[in-house]
Write a protein that binds this ligand. Structure first.
Ligand code: ADP
Length: 251
């Protein structure tokens, strides 16, 4: 935006203005990404080693009668895994920003993937009842690891943002040319004015919530689903619960 500077006769003597240095902003953004990526890589190395040692210690403790030791190691392992997941999230954001998030498509049965997630969550969360509804087999052509990440995000959020003892419904439905997966919880819900912002980078409804997180899970999930030519959305009744759904086209 520029404004003219006039002399006493009303002639323009010069223009003053400000320009937005887009190139500069991009470089700054790139530096930030590189920094996040470097920090994340550096943090992963010690975490991998802590993870390996804790697994060894847990195995040793399991051979004893020391309940406290077993629990302490198991709990530490769980936290190390949480931390690794968070760091992976940051790495994925920086990969995405620099165009390095690749989608590796293979053909697989997505119902098997749901079964795996169900089995994992049975071990990790006894606090919620997970109810899965899915056909036996639906073959999709997609990036299996990335879809697993999306499903883990959605189910993980459902657990995180709903009270103990509530139910979580995960369902997969197939129509002629697409599949739809929904994850429904009976949790705190989201006000309608916040629904559209959920998939923005770093957005959290309550920034200073006691529930931890960085607001990148849904952003990454949306990018992954969009990269597959699908869509993702949320519906909610505040105070009653939320439903997250995504659709993927079938070949
Ligand atoms: P994070 O959970 O790490 O903050 P996400 O990107 O996964 O990041 O979610 C963004 C925000 O959306 C969360 O901070 C939370 O406010 C809201 N949210 C996500 N899932 C749910 C849910 N199932 N119920 C209520 N709020 C949710």
């Amino acid at each position: 935006i520029a404004s003219p500077i006039l002399d006493e006769d009303g002639n323009i003597t010069m223009w003053v203005g400000s320009t937005t240095d887009i190139q500069g902003l991009k470089e700054e953004e790139q530096r930030k990404n590189d920094f996040i990526s470097m920090v994340s890589h550096e943090l992963k190395t010690p975490l991998t080693s802590i993870n390996a040692y804790l697994q060894l210690l847990l195995r040793k403790a399991e051979k004893t009668d020391d309940q406290f030791l077993k629990q302490a190691y198991a709990q530490s392992l769980k936290q190390v895994r949480n931390m690794t997941e968070m760091i992976n999230g940051f790495l994925n954001v920086s990969r995405l920003e620099s165009g390095k998030l690749h989608i590796d498509k293979t053909e697989f049965n997505i119902c098997d993937l749901l079964e795996e997630i169900k089995a994992d969550y049975k071990i990790q969360y006894s606090s919620h009842e997970l109810i899965f509804t899915s056909p036996q087999s639906v073959i999709v052509c997609a990036d299996r690891l990335k879809l697993a990440q999306v499903l883990n995000n959605l189910v993980g959020n459902a657990v995180k943002y709903s009270g103990n003892g509530t139910k979580i419904y995960v369902s997969l439905k197939k129509s002629e040319n697409r599949i739809r997966v929904t994850v429904k919880d009976e949790g705190m819900g989201i006000k309608s004015e916040n629904l559209t912002k959920l998939f923005d980078k770093y957005y959290r409804v309550q920034q200073e919530s006691t529930i931890g997180g960085f607001g990148i899970g849904l952003y990454l999930s949306a990018e992954i689903i969009q990269a597959h030519g699908g869509k993702i959305w949320a519906e909610s009744e505040f105070g009653k619960g939320s439903t997250f759904s995504f659709e993927l086209p079938l070949k």
